[in-house]
Structures are given as C-alpha cells and as structure tokens.
Design a binder for this molecule. Structure first.
Ligand code: LLP
Length: 415
C-alpha cells in the first residue's frame, strides 16, 4: 500500500531497555507515544487512499504533538466535539481541513464551533438530525454542511462501538434524500457521511462494503456533492497472532463498492493512525500467589500494578485484549493476572495469561495503547492521570505532565 514502515508494530518490536529507562526517568504509569510511527501510519493511509480525503479521527489521541505529526502527513481532522475542533485548529489544521461531526451537540459546543467559523475557519459541520439543522440555522450558520446517515448496517470489535444501525447516529437512510434536499435551502451542502463502527477487521469487510454501496446509491440519488465520507474504523491487530489489515485491499474494496460517483471519497480513521504508536508503562507493586496451583505445579499469581482502568479503560469497558510484556527480565512463565489499584473487579489488564513470573518493581509494557488510551483516562478513585512522553528520532521528551493531586481539587469551592 505504499507508505513507510511495516504495516504493524508489535509490542516485541519496542526496545525493552529504552522503555525501562523512560519508566525510571519519568515514573509510572507512563504513556509513550512514538511520533515517527504516527507519521508512518498516517503516510501509509495517505498512500493507500491516494486520491481520497483522509481525515484523522482525533478522538483516538488528541495530544498536540500527535495532531501536528498527522497534519504534517497531510491528513485532515475529524472532530467529535467543540474541544476537539479547538484543539485541531490550535494545532495548525486549516479550517477547511476540519470536520465537526456533531452527535447530539450540546449548545455550548455549537456556540464554540460557530465562533471559530465566524472567525474565518471554513470548517465542515456534519449533522445527524433535522433538529441539529434547525439549531445551526438559528445560530446563523450557512457554511459547509454534510448529512450523517444511519446506513442501517454496522460493524466493530464490540457492540458498544458499533455505530451503524443504531438510531443514535444519523438520519434514517430512507429519509436521507429528503433531509439533504431541505438542507440545501439553508446551507452549502457538500457531503454525505456514515460510519459503520470501530475496530473493523477482515471479517467485517462485507458490512463495510455494504455501507459504502448504500452511500454510493444515495450519492447518485441526491447528486451535486463534494464528498462521500464512509467513516473510519479500520482495525489493528491487538493479538500477536492477528494479521494486519490489508489497507490497499480495503481501499480498493471501498472504491469499488462506492461505484461511479461524481464526488470525492473520504475516510476518517483514528485508531489505525495511533494504536501501535503507543505503549503504556506500568510498574508492579504487589505480587500475590493464588492458592490453587496449576496442573503442572506452577502457582498462578496476581501482579498488582500502578496503572488501572482509570489509565487504560479498554479492557474493563470492552474486554479488550492488550499485549503485555515484562521489560525487566525473562523468567519462566506462569498464569498471571495483571490487576490495577482501583476498587473494581473490572480493573484487570488480563486474567491468568501466561507471562514471565513478575517480581515487585518490574516494569510491564502494555501494547497498542496509543488509541483511546489517555483519551479515556479518568481520575476515579482520586488518582491523577499519567504523564506522556513522545519519541521522535533518537530523542524522548515530556509531552504531558503527570496530573497533580491538587489539580483534582482545584476547582472545588466551599459549599
Ligand atoms: N468517525 C466517527 C464518526 C466515529 O464515531 C469514530 C469512532 C471514528 C471515525 C474513528 O474510529 P476508529 O478509526 O478510531 O476506529 N473507545 C473505543 C472506540 C470508540 C470509537 C468511537 N468512534 C475503543 O477504544 O475501542
């Protein structure tokens, strides 16, 4: 598919010595994001979709250094909130390269985004309900608009991230042509939009193709469009044995399914750009044998670590698998449960996985933490969010300070 770098970077490809050094220098838990890898992934996408619009779904990782790297690779920005729009513009994306995909937009979001639009950012607003059109019109917006359609077909790594086919997102397919016709009266109607879901693997490609084909039909019906955005969701392998997505095959299948349409094809992947560019480092603080010995005499252990569901939510929320590597040593393997410090049973990174026997102070790396990692972190249990280091060339630098305990209470007022 062109581009640079291998299609997938496994956790084993990272230098254990370098990561250990970062953990010692910056403390744990620590997010490490490799900007060179972000560029490689973005460039590979750019090359596979060489004639198409590629907009990075910034929700996957909205850090400034990442946004800049993506912009330099010539991708646009797809934003889900006013906050994301502001951060994308401030990171240097041109207004015309910014898309605001408004899902049930709070009034404050519309106000902030339209302020930026009035200030000259010629961004595109994607509306998924007639109601949103009325609110945009009432606020004096007459700029670039696209209609989000529920294509009636979805896909994804988990039902919680399968958007297509859920009434929450977009106008019903059967009514989309009417909504487009109405919207043309008040706005500069430039596009159609749909998104199947997140984490689409080879198995889901039929659903993706079906979505694209439906959008092609709709585009031919309504005519006069600048783009047809068929969403993001390109999966990445989380298990060491999973093959990477064949990006050029996906690109070809997407073009073919769209058919002959006099408009640009657009895609908006997030995860694909950043997932394997990030790891989470966490230190073992407690090792506890579990009573019942395994059949071969190895006693399973629970390894308590300083990262948890507040640092990386995906395992607790989606039962997501993330590779885990002990950076400290190679010791005989045994069943290991890696558990965080949060008082919830869901706060586990794995259960009974065969891993080198952990010892206190070992540093573990958790793979594919670049997408939906820091972005979904919280301060639950009054635990400040972690720091982030970015790598570029031979260098490492702090991109985000560790949150302080006092930051958690700074906004409190005396009742
Ligand atoms: N476009 C729209 C309209 C979306 O809603 C999303 C993701 C994307 C693009 C980008 O999808 P991606 O290429 O990153 O799969 N927190 C979940 C993923 C939620 C994705 C939500 N929308 C996870 O960690 O798996």
């Amino acid at each position: 598919a062109g581009g640079t770098g291998p299609a997938v970077r496994r956790l084993a490809d990272w230098s254990a010595a370098d990561l250990r050094e970062l953990a010692d220098e910056y403390g744990t838990p620590l997010y490490v994001t490799d900007l060179d890898r972000v560029r490689e992934n973005a460039t590979r996408l750019r090359a596979a979709f060489d004639h198409e619009d590629v907009r990075y779904a910034v929700k996957a990782h909205t850090g400034r250094a990442v946004l800049r790297a993506v912009r330099e690779a010539d991708l646009g920005a797809e934003c889900a909130s006013a906050g994301e729009v502001v951060r994308a513009l401030d990171a240097g994306f041109a207004g015309e390269d910014v898309q605001y995909t408004a899902v049930n937009p709070p009034a404050g979001d519309l106000d902030v985004v339209l302020d930026r639009w009035r200030d000259g950012a010629d961004l595109t607003v994607v509306a998924g309900a007639r109601d949103t059109l009325h609110r945009l019109r009432d606020r004096g917006f007459d700029g670039r608009l696209a209609i989000r359609v529920d294509p009636g077909v979805g896909a994804g790594h988990h039902e919680k991230v399968t958007t297509g086919g859920h009434a929450k997102f977009g106008v019903p397919y059967a009514r989309a042509a009417d909504v487009v016709a109405d919207a043309r009266a008040d706005f500069d109607l430039v596009g159609l939009h749909a998104h199947a879901g997140s984490g689409i693997s080879g198995d889901d490609l039929a659903a993706h193709r079906e979505l694209v084909a439906r959008m092609g039909d709709l585009a031919r019906e309504v005519g006069d469009l600048e783009f047809v955005d068929v969403g993001g969701g390109f999966g990445v392998p989380y298990r060491e044995t999973e093959p990477p997505l064949d990006l050029s095959a996906v690109a070809d299948a997407t073009r073919e399914a769209l058919g002959d349409v006099d408009a640009d094809l657009a895609v908006e992947p997030g995860r694909y750009v950043v997932a394997d560019a990030g790891v989470l480092l966490t230190r073992v603080n407690t090792v506890k044998p579990v009573d019942d010995a395994g059949a071969d005499g190895t006693v399973p252990v629970v390894a308590g670590v300083d990262a948890g569901m507040t640092t990386l939510l995906r395992p607790a929320m989606y039962d997501a698998y993330h590779a885990i590597r002990n950076l400290t040593d190679t010791r005989p393997e045994r069943p290991v449960t890696v558990a965080g410090p949060v008082c919830e049973t869901a706060d586990l990174f794995c259960e009974g996985r065969s891993l080198p026997t952990p010892r206190r102070d070992d540093v573990l790396a958790i793979g594919n933490a670049g997408a939906y990692g820091y972005e979904m972190a919280s301060t639950y249990n009054s635990r400040p969010r972690p720091a982030e280091v970015v790598l570029e060339g031979e260098g490492a630098r702090l991109a985000r300070q560790r949150e302080t305990l006092s930051a958690l209470t700074d906004l409190e007022v005396e009742p």
